[in-house]
Design a protein around this ligand. Sequence first.
Ligand SMILES: C[S@@+](CC[C@H](N)C(=O)[O-])C[C@H]1O[C@@H](n2cnc3c(N)ncnc32)[C@H](O)[C@@H]1O
Length: 270
Amino acid sequence: MSASYLAEGGVPLEDWNPNLYLRFEKERTQPVKDLISRIEKAEPARIIDIGCGPGNSTRELKNKWPQAYIVGLDSSPNMLKKARKVSTEIEWIEADGGADLSVLGKFDIVFSNAAIQWIPDHEGLLRKLFFMLNKGGVLAVQIPHVGNMGINKALQAVVTSNKWNRYFKLNTVELVFESPQVYYDILSRLTSVIYLWETHYYHVMENHQSIIDWYESTGMKPYLDRLPDAKLRFEFSGDILKLVEHEYEVQQDGHVLFPFRRIFFTAYNE
Ligand SMILES: C[S@@+](CC[C@H](N)C(=O)[O-])C[C@H]1O[C@@H](n2cnc3c(N)ncnc32)[C@H](O)[C@@H]1O
């Protein structure tokens, strides 16, 4: 498989950069710990982590259930290269999480942290993931809820501005996320044992630029990938930074709080 992959419409996107992603590893892994703490499954034998990234989420699963057979699955060769360094006891698989994965067998926990927002058709996807569960198994998912976030508003304002919109006219990869009510309706067609919640984190950032650094490796990535050179990418990020400075106030000690809402759910196969 090549080091880049194709977005809808055939525009090549850069592969993920695990080192940029892991600059905020502690903050990004906290929701993993929070989601794991809500999984009620005594001794799972088989676990899969969909969109495992550099393996930070898979490592937490292994720490919690060291006896289990664990698969980390991701579509990014770069992320998997980094993930393979986490453990040789975990099976790492390069595949599209939105594809038919039934060949991998059934699992006691199907886990996904901060990944399915990159995969379209959540109704179809969640059905597929749920049907990968053994009886008594649990689907456990966390999705960033970026809709009303200042960084997303700033990004969208710049992307749609006259100065920049010509670069993004052909296609863009939009983040996919639904409301908790929509997820409930999807899940309630599969099971009656469902827990849904939202956590509003307040990440303490060094300054406004740190918010840009955070988002460059995730939500801004599909747009940065479409800009032809480094100078333009720098200018694009700079324009977003100017708006971000108005979205988030500076605290008395100079830090900036970065509020971040995340939707979580667990659904049990009764
Ligand atoms: C934000 S990272 C999450 C990493 C990790 N799970 C965590 O908790 O921090 C999202 C990951 O989803 C992966 N991803 C995106 N689309 C995917 C797809 N269609 N199939 C599998 N993985 C995908 C990306 O390659 C990336 O590694």
